[in-house]
Ligand binder design. Structure first.
Ligand SMILES: Nc1ncnc2c1ncn2[C@@H]1O[C@H](COP(=O)(O)OP(=O)(O)OP(=O)(O)O)[C@@H](O)[C@H]1O
Length: 296
C-alpha cells in the first residue's frame, strides 16, 4: 500500500486536491471519507466534461456527495465501486437521464465543452444526441434492424434523402462491427438477434446520431464472454472518435478498456488515476480494499 508515498501525496497536492483523505489502515469499512476530496488525478488537460462540486439527492437521501471530475476528450474512463455507491446516478447526470425521476435533484456545475448542461434553456434532446447512452440490457426497438439505426437520424433530421439514410445506417453498423452480420437481414426484426448482436445494434443506434460522448452503463453484464470481448474491442476502436464513460462491475473489464479509472464509495469519488495505477498501486486504502476483494 503506498498511501504514504510522499511523491504521490505531492502529486495530489499539486492538483489542488487538499489533504489526503484520512484512512485507518486496518479497517476499511470504518474509513472516514472527507467530502469533496479525491486522491489521484481527477482533472484532465483537455476536458470534454468539467464537473465541479456535483451532488445528487433522491428526496432527502444524498446519492452523490460533492464530486469534482474532468472527463478528457477521447478518453475512456471507467466508474467502479460497490453496489449502490452512485456510479449509475453520476453517469446519468451527464446526459440528464435523471430528469425523469421527480425526486432527483442535481446541484453543482456540469459543463460539456464549457457549456452548462443543466442551463434552463438547454435543449435536452440535442444534449442526448451529443451524449448518447447504451444500457445494461440491450433494448432494441421492436422494429427492423434498419429502422433501429435510422430512428435517431430521422427524428433529428440528419438525412434528407433515402440514400443518405442508407449511408448512415451502413456506417453506423460498420463502426459497431455488425455490418457483415446484418447487411443481408436489414429488414428483419432486431429482437430476433442474439444478445451480443442486439447490444452492438444499440451501440450502432447511439453512433448513428454522431454523438461526441457515449455513456455505457454495464454494457456487457447481460453478454457471454465472446460477445463481451467483441464489445470491448469496439470500445477500443471507438475511443479514437468518441469520449466514452463506462460503468462496470468487472474490474478486469475496467483494466482492459479504460485509460483512467474512478473509484466510487458511498456517494464519494475516492480515487481517480490511470487505470494501471488503480489496479497495481492504488493511492487510497478503500480502493485497495475494493480491488483486492475485501468488500464490494
Ligand atoms: N430512482 C431512484 N430513487 C431513489 N433512490 C435511488 C434511485 N436510483 C438510485 N437510488 C439510490 O441511489 C444510490 C446510488 O444508486 P446507483 O444505482 O447510482 O448506484 P450504483 O453504484 O450504480 O449501483 P449498482 O452498481 O448496484 O448499479 C443508492 O442508494 C440507490 O438506492
Amino acid at each position: 500500500m503506498n498511501t504514504m508515498n510522499p511523491s504521490i501525496s505531492a502529486e495530489a497536492d499539486m492538483q489542488d486536491q487538499g489533504p489526503a483523505i484520512p484512512v485507518r489502515e486496518n479497517n476499511p469499512e470504518d474509513t472516514v471519507i472527507e467530502e469533496g476530496k479525491t486522491v489521484g488525478k481527477p482533472f484532465a488537460a483537455d476536458p470534454k466534461f468539467k464537473l465541479r462540486n456535483v451532488s445528487v439527492s433522491y428526496g432527502k437521501d444524498r446519492a452523490i456527495k460533492d464530486i469534482s471530475l474532468d472527463i478528457g476528450r477521447n478518453e475512456v474512463i471507467s466508474f467502479i465501486g460497490p453496489s449502490g455507491c452512485g456510479k449509475s446516478t453520476f453517469l446519468r447526470c451527464l446526459n440528464r437521464m435523471n430528469d425523469s425521476i421527480d425526486i432527483c435533484r442535481v446541484t453543482g456545475e456540469l459543463l460539456l465543452d464549457d457549456e452548462d448542461i443543466y442551463h434552463s434553456k438547454r435543449d435536452v434532446v440535442e444534449l442526448r444526441a451529443r451524449v448518447g447512452m447504451v444500457f445494461q440490457k440491450p433494448n432494441p426497438f421492436p422494429k427492423s434492424i434498419y429502422d433501429n439505426v435510422a430512428y435517431g437520424p430521422r427524428i433529428h433530421g440528419l438525412a434528407n434523402r433515402k440514400s443518405d439514410l442508407d449511408d448512415i445506417v451502413e456506417n453506423s453498423l460498420r463502426k459497431a462491427g455488425l455490418w457483415d452480420e446484418a447487411k443481408d437481414r436489414l429488414d428483419s426484426i432486431a429482437t430476433g438477434m442474439s444478445g451480443g448482436q442486439q447490444q452492438r445494434l444499440c451501440i450502432a443506434r447511439a453512433i448513428a446520431v454522431s454523438p461526441e460522448v457515449i455513456l455505457m452503463d454495464e454494457p456487457c453484464s447481460a453478454l457471454d464472454p465472446i460477445a463481451t470481448a467483441r464489445v470491448e474491442e469496439l470500445i477500443a476502436e471507438m475511443s479514437e472518435s468518441y469520449t466514452i464513460v463506462i460503468v462496470t462491475h468487472s474490474m478486469q473489464q475496467a483494466a482492459r478498456v479504460s485509460h483512467r479509472t474512478a473509484y466510487f464509495h458511498l456517494g464519494h469519488l475516492v480515487e481517480v488515476n490511470e487505470t494501471n495505477k488503480v489496479f497495481t498501486s492504488p493511492e487510497h486504502q478503500l480502493t485497495e480494499s475494493y480491488i483486492t476483494g475485501r468488500f464490494g
